[in-house]
Write a new protein. Structure first.
Length: 305
């Protein structure tokens, strides 16, 4: 089954050009099936790009997914047309009485601020608390992963002297976990961040399981509550050109941005990126939807607790 998306969402046409099968609401209503409800809290500046990146990965599941987009009432995005936000996004307050099989919380360009200094901290922590009783499994990505680990478990973040930037090899620490079914002994993951969480802090908390890490970039995936929460410090969802765009944008205006590691062919931007993470990214999201959402969520979505 394909994804079920709002009519006229820009990602539909973009992904059809990549030969990815998606379905709008009009066609989906003709199928007699209970789709899994997935909500995406999109905190990234370029909303349409992030929507497309995540939908591209979710499209690989054989299940029908009903995708909704959540926004913050306490923050107005500056890089996405207001018409797009009004058409496809709803405020958290409008959604707080609903339940969802899965949730994805994206990164945000605020990681160099203390958590409590973020303008929407009160609202987003309200959402983090809400997700525990209204969502079967939640993926927290990059800054959201750091914020979720800090809010739920008191795990601090630490500034880096240089931006962690590139594609880094990761090692699954418990290969028998369903989230790693079909994985190789090593998989690649894009990272683009100025802060880190540390291994010793995660291991000191018995409620957390460090399930993937890298010698080069440290902690990469933490699991909690038996898979009801995943905290991913990198960006498996990134498209091939994302780091290239970031590098060209920042290389002349920031001092802590070097050439992204293990990314360009022969470390030459003129030769373009070598894509090494896409297959495991697809597998990760397929495993999450199948084993931690579909296999765990009740048929009556109102029974989620």
């Amino acid at each position: 089954m394909p994804l079920r998306l709002p009519d006229r969402l820009p990602a539909i046409d973009l992904l059809k050009q990549e030969n990815i099968f998606v379905m709008d609401d009009t066609r989906a209503h003709s199928q007699d099936i209970r789709p899994l409800k997935i909500v995406i809290l999109n905190l990234m500046p370029l909303k349409i790009t992030t929507e497309t990146d995540l939908i591209r990965l979710l499209s690989n599941t054989p299940l029908q997914l009903d995708i909704s987009f959540m926004k913050l009432k306490s923050h107005t995005p500056k890089n996405t047309p207001i018409e797009h936000m009004m058409m496809f996004y709803r405020d958290f307050n409008e959604m707080r009485n609903e339940k969802y099989d899965g949730m994805i919380v994206t990164g945000a360009p605020v990681e160099q601020l203390d958590f409590e200094e973020v303008g929407y901290w009160d609202e987003i922590t309200d959402i983090f608390s809400w997700a525990r009783t209204h969502v079967t499994s939640t993926l927290y990505i990059c800054w959201a992963a750091q914020a979720g680990l800090y809010f739920h478990y008191g795990i601090p973040k630490y500034p880096l002297s240089m931006k962690m930037f590139g594609i880094f090899p990761q090692k699954p620490l418990d290969p028998k976990l369903p989230i790693f079914r079909g994985f190789d002994d090593v998989f690649m993951m894009p990272h683009s961040r100025h802060t880190e969480i540390r291994r010793e802090d995660v291991l000191s908390n018995p409620e957390l399981s460090l399930i993937a890490e890298s010698k080069e970039c440290g902690v990469s995936i933490v699991m909690a509550r038996g898979g009801r929460e995943f905290f991913i410090t990198g960006h498996l969802e990134y498209a091939p050109n994302t780091l290239d765009n970031e590098y060209k944008r920042d290389k002349d205006i920031r001092k802590d941005v070097a050439l992204p590691q293990h990314y360009y062919r022969h470390d030459n931007p003129a030769e373009g990126p070598l894509v090494t993470w896409r297959s495991h990214a697809n597998l990760f999201y397929t495993n999450w939807v199948n084993y931690y959402v579909y296999q765990e969520t009740p048929y009556d979505i109102n029974q989620i607790k």
